[in-house]
Design a protein. Structure first.
Length: 215
């Protein structure tokens, strides 16, 4: 995909995050890897008002060329995730209701449901708290994302990653749904968690989950 098409896709995906109830107004931020760096949504502009030229292109060190808008205040963890994780092609950060509620309790999302495995392990960890936009928040997020595709940010929200924008957004939607289910389970009693052996079986199954064999 050329950069022009990717810019439009990034805007469309950002608007989808609002349509799905994962973000509101100017909350959250999204990015996509490009050769030598990444594109990220700018700070303070509602997604529906964005034009392709408004997206900010940062290099691999997070440096923007002159004349661009200011990037999201969270550009740093996007930059550091891309540097540490060559498998990641896109990042979605949301302030969605239930994922954020759990993050405010500094709870991880445990293996109460087998679909937790979509995030790459037997839990969605909650990164330790740090001020938004800080290098410490980025370091904490990287630690929570080790061997995972998603993490919560304490008192903040959710990060999901994917090979592309479609997969990163789909995972954000799924994690928010699971967070809502977990909150409902907590409200009605004590959820029964799947054990490590069962989650290992599920993770093995997920290696081919949803993949069609062509004959």
């Amino acid at each position: 995909m050329d950069e022009s098409a990717l810019r439009q896709l990034l805007i469309d995906t950002a608007c989808d995050s609002v349509r799905l109830g994962l973000n509101r107004g100017t909350s959250g931020n999204l990015s996509a890897r490009v050769p030598g760096g990444f594109l990220i949504t700018p700070t303070g502009i509602a997604y529906g008002d964005l034009k392709p030229a408004d997206l900010v292109r940062l290099d691999a060190h997070g440096v923007a060329a002159p004349g661009q808008l200011k990037p999201s205040s969270e550009w740093r963890f996007h930059c550091d995730i891309y540097a540490a994780r060559p498998d990641v092609g896109a990042i979605v950060h949301t302030h969605s209701r239930y994922a954020s509620a759990l993050s405010c309790q500094r709870r991880e999302l445990p293996a109460f449901h087998y679909m937790i495995a979509l995030a790459g392990g037997d839990s969605v960890r909650c990164a330790q708290y740090a001020t938004f936009g800080s290098a410490q928040l980025s370091a904490n997020a990287l630690a929570a994302l080790e061997d995972r595709h998603a993490c919560l940010l304490a008192n903040h929200g959710l990060i999901t990653t994917g090979a592309d924008l479609k997969h990163a957004l789909a995972l954000a939607e799924e994690i928010e749904s699971l967070a809502a289910q977990y909150c409902a389970a907590l409200a009605s009693g004590t959820p029964v968690l799947l054990d490590a052996a069962e989650m290992a079986r599920v993770l093995e199954q997920f290696k081919t989950y949803g993949k069609q064999d062509r004959h």
